[in-house]
Design a protein around this ligand. Sequence first.
Ligand code: ZN
Length: 243
Amino acid sequence: MSDSIRVTVWNEFRHEKASPEIAALYPDGIHGAIASFLGEQPGIETRTATLDEPEHGLTEEVLANTDVLIWWGHTAHGDVSDEIVDRIQHHVVLEGMGLICLHSAHFSKIFKRLMGTTCNLRWREIGEHERIWVVEQGHPIAAGLPAYFEVPQTEMYGERFDIPAPDTLVFVSWFQGGEVFRSGCCYNRGRGKVFYFRPGHETFPIFYQPEIQKVLSNAVRWAAPNGGPAPTFGNVQPLENVQ
Ligand code: ZN
């Protein structure tokens, strides 16, 4: 039994197989890159799972041993089985597993399920510059970050981002082309915590950036279950004598 936070990094793992350029950028897959830097953090242990594994690598046993699930998907959201989405939702809402959805995972089945909105947005892919501002300095996910940091080349995501208002908004992005975007959004869903983080387009080396790695390691610690009490529901007897 370990006290470490157990992280499962999930990736659809399709771009890396289809594009030599993306494979060169992420030779072990985006999941491999993320699991590698997170696994070097004290108190964090990682495993990976991908779409084409049986049950997408997310068996009941894997999820029961996952404190935080990280999700990267883009072209194959529709290939994720609804049964697995139900299973993840159960683990987040009822068991308190943390969920971190990255970049194009705004359109993943599990994120849309947990948000209840379209999660649509405006986008443009011309390799422009992004400046990410910390707007909630005291939040655990902002620990150790500067007031702002930059992604030199990225895909733009612009508002309106059709999400419910976050419980806490930690980051706002500005793009060279003029748009802004809510880039770091925290939610409580039942017992679980959900964090959406915008950067992470597959054709740029974004997951090698120290600030991005810092955000993700902070987010893992924030999203991990805190051992709070499980809720009870239904008809109950009074705790005091009220007769
Ligand atoms: Zn993208």
